[in-house]
Design a protein around this ligand. Structure first.
Ligand SMILES: [Cu+2]
Length: 497
């Protein structure tokens, strides 16, 4: 039951979250008003849970993540953008499961910022959501994120402020498992992104255009792109992009990944886009999907994968001899595709830019195909309770929300540690929404059984997921479309004591 709206939640002077409606004060955990208090990011329950993740002798991986303006050639044009490295997608972190990450964030941007570690079951006070788990880090400020990475997999990090994700602020966080049963000879990461900076429109202008319902945008006004045959089953995006990039490179400057014929190439695909799902294939190859959102699945062979924003797939490709296009087509859009090359032979002709491998029309991955491996499958207990939320939109004003309220006025989803919640997410709109939950990897119920942290909910459809409440704190649940999120499609999974 969802009783309180966020209007009734306040953060006390001590930084503890309380439900104002219940008149409780900032103490937490026990006492006469126990049961009415929210478990805030600095609650002792967060530290208790985190202590269970820390292993004696764990290695510390130290990193500095500097967000700064950069000038870089993208799509053959020098553009000014914001990035963590010399180019978007650079400046990532690699660690091993169980390591303690100590990442010093240095903000050289003109605006305040935070870092969010997408997909990691970390301690709540390190989750990087401004005003929910920490204060934003101001210009020239620093903040050190310290957290254990309890699960191997393909993750990434990005800011959680406004429209900044539609700039170049993203990089991978790869957590290796020394005992990984999936052997590979080559291990590469491909970050997909829809690109605006330097091509005439700012993110703010794009949002303003969407709010006006004019131009190419708007749900109602004939904008977006209607393609009923595509996987997303309806409107596929609100924004037309001049360019789509893989690892920060346009099609004419695409990256080449080298391997030898017969080698097993692990490709980690990450959709860092703001408004674009991608259909991705490697010409001349089938691929074996081994992980979804970082967590292992029973291997399944497909020709292509489709990723919503925030989703990841790891695949294994057994490299043939030659040079092959890697193509990420914006699903349901007419924009030019993102491209890269897999090369295993120096003599082979380079694939033509703009080629469209047949594999794009072949067997694509679906959630039904994905089964969590035994090692990560939830126990068989049935859910303690079920809740339903509706994804809603007022397309004339470009307002998005949950149950017809926009964040921060949405009602939190209240939960207690130890519960299993079955969450039904119903999409009442004509757009797909990749819904992302922080700090947890839920299990799919209505389609396959993969462990995931981001799930595409198709237009006028619903998805059921099970959430095991094992990570106390305050966690965002939101649409990973940057413009939907910014216009209100968000709530929190709120632990209470
Ligand atoms: Cu959305």
């Amino acid at each position: 039951m969802r009783l309180w709206s966020r209007r009734e939640m306040i953060v006390s002077a001590g930084g503890m979250l309380v439900l104002a409606a219940c008149g409780s004060n900032a103490s937490s955990g026990s006492g006469p008003s126990a049961g009415n208090q929210l478990v805030g990011p600095h609650d002792p329950a967060v530290e208790r849970r985190d202590a269970q993740r820390r292993k004696p002798g764990a290695k510390t991986v130290a990193a500095t993540v500097t967000a700064a303006p950069v000038s870089v050639s993208i799509g053959g044009r020098m553009v000014d953008t914001w990035s963590f490295g010399d180019r978007p997608s650079l400046g990532g972190i690699r660690a091993q499961v169980g390591d303690l990450i100590e990442a010093k964030f240095v903000n050289h941007l003109p605006s305040a910022n935070t870092l969010h570690w997408h997909g990691i079951a970390l301690r709540n006070d390190m989750d990087g959501v401004h005003d929910l788990t920490q204060k934003p880090v101001g210009k020239n400020g620093e903040f050190t994120y310290r957290f254990t990475v309890p699960d191997a997999g393909t993750y990434w990090f990005h800011p959680h402020m406004g429209l900044e994700l539609d700039r170049g602020l993203y990089a991978p966080l790869i957590v290796e498992d020394p005992k990984d049963p999936i052997a590979s000879d080559v291990d590469v990461t491909l970050m997909l992104d829809d690109w605006l900076d330097g091509y005439g429109r700012t993110q703010e202008q794009v949002l303003a255009g969407l709010q006006d319902g004019g131009g190419h945008s708007g749900h109602q006004m004939g904008g977006g792109s209607m393609d009923m045959g595509s996987m997303m089953g309806g409107l596929n995006g609100d924004v037309t992009y001049p360019l789509h990039v893989i690892n920060g490179r346009g099609p004419t400057e695409r990256e080449t990944f080298a391997a030898k014929p017969g080698q097993r190439v692990r490709m980690r695909f990450i959709n860092a886009g703001s408004d674009t799902a991608y259909r991705l294939a490697v010409g001349g190859h089938r691929m074996t999907v081994t992980h979804a959102d970082g967590f292992p699945v029973e291997p399944v062979d497909v020709d292509c994968v489709v990723l919503g924003m925030g989703e990841r797939y790891d695949v294994i490709v057994t490299a043939a001899s030659g040079a092959f296009p890697i193509v990420a087509v914006p699903e349901g859009k007419k924009d030019p595709a993102g491209e890269a090359v897999l090369r295993t032979s120096t003599g082979a002709a380079t694939p033509t830019t703009g080629s469209r491998p047949n594999e794009l029309k072949g067997k694509q991955i679906t959630y039904e195909d994905l089964t969590a491996t035994k090692a990560v499958r939830f126990s068989s207990k049935s859910p303690d309770r079920t809740e339903t939320i509706h994804l809603t939109a007022d397309s004339t004003k470009y307002r998005h929300g949950i149950d017809n309220e926009s964040y921060p006025n949405t009602a939190p989803i209240l939960i207690r540690q130890g519960e299993r919640l079955r969450l039904r997410i119903v999409n009442d709109t004509m757009m797909f929404h990749p819904i992302h939950l922080h700090g947890h990897t839920f299990q799919m119920v209505s389609a396959g059984s993969a462990r995931k942290d981001t799930v595409n909910v198709l237009p006028m459809s619903s998805v059921d997921v099970d959430i095991d409440a094992d990570n106390p704190g305050q966690w965002m649940l939101h649409c990973h479309n940057t413009y939907h999120f910014e216009s209100g499609m968000a709530t929190t999974l709120s632990y209470r004591s």
